[in-house]
Design a protein around this ligand. Sequence first.
Ligand SMILES: Cc1cc2nc3c(=O)[nH]c(=O)nc-3n(C[C@H](O)[C@H](O)[C@H](O)COP(=O)(O)O)c2cc1C
Length: 307
Amino acid sequence: MSDLRVDAAGIQFQNPILLASGTAAFGRALAGVVDLDALGGIVTKAVSLEPRGGNAAPRVAEFTGGMLNAVGLANPGVEAVRRDDLPWLAATLKRARTVVNVVGNRTEDFAEVVRQLDGCANISAFELNVSCPNVRAGGIEFCADSASLTAVVSGARAVTRRAIFVKLSPVLPDIAEAASTAAAAGADGITVINTMPGLVIDVGTRRPRIGFGSGGASGPGLLPIGVLATHRVRQAVSLPIIGVGGVASALDALQYVIAGASLVAVGTANMRDPRAAERIVRDLARWCDMNGVTAIQDLVGTLEWPA
Ligand SMILES: Cc1cc2nc3c(=O)[nH]c(=O)nc-3n(C[C@H](O)[C@H](O)[C@H](O)COP(=O)(O)O)c2cc1C
């Protein structure tokens, strides 16, 4: 049997497959349907300082290449997550890891959320969602400005010894440079990619199909964009990478691994079929067995670029 274990940022994962942030909430709703403990781990919904109600319905719209969402980072806020959700995850997951996704309106919000959660049992890592707007900088994304990115990452670094992954947007002009900035500010890993801004129009009404207007595109159309981002980040930094975007099968996940991702997160596919991630773990093991790969870690970053 092939060895699916991976080491990333000093953490051992039993396999590389995670549930992507925002597509499995805090795991509870999936518990009766999916064996969460069969996965590498779960990345939680974004946690903010204050509760967020989210955007107007409808919040999602389908299109051929995937899905557009403007959920609006709805979450119960750090206090409720610390009290209700993280203890449930700690009691439920014995082998799968918990990664807590963190969001903020202002630079200092990220460190404050991390500080308030740092004492919770069983958090393996934080993932900073820096692809959200910085309200003090006129709504420009934190990761689009290197001074803000540095401030967010170094602020969080100062309040935790746990691993910090920094999640970047696919629309950055130079995603590798942003990854280098995050690394220099103390990140332990990089997650690529978040959703891609998009608009789906109802032709009959001439109105956007989702209540907020624009949203973030996810699903199969993101696969080659995320795989290229992974390859670029791999070349720029030596930190472990979580690859995410468009993964619906073991072969999709393997593309990320070969491009340089140690871990692969499944989002939209998991919303369509909650058992997708579990199936991908099984299919990965089968593929490795059939292809003489004794340890999946040996495949990470083995892309052969054309000469
Ligand atoms: C409904 C929904 C909610 C999401 N919420 C978050 C979030 O709270 N924080 C975050 O960093 N990314 C969030 N994402 C982005 C996903 O984690 C992932 O980066 C993106 O969807 C691409 O992966 P996929 O194509 O497998 O869905 C969300 C995506 C969707 C579809």
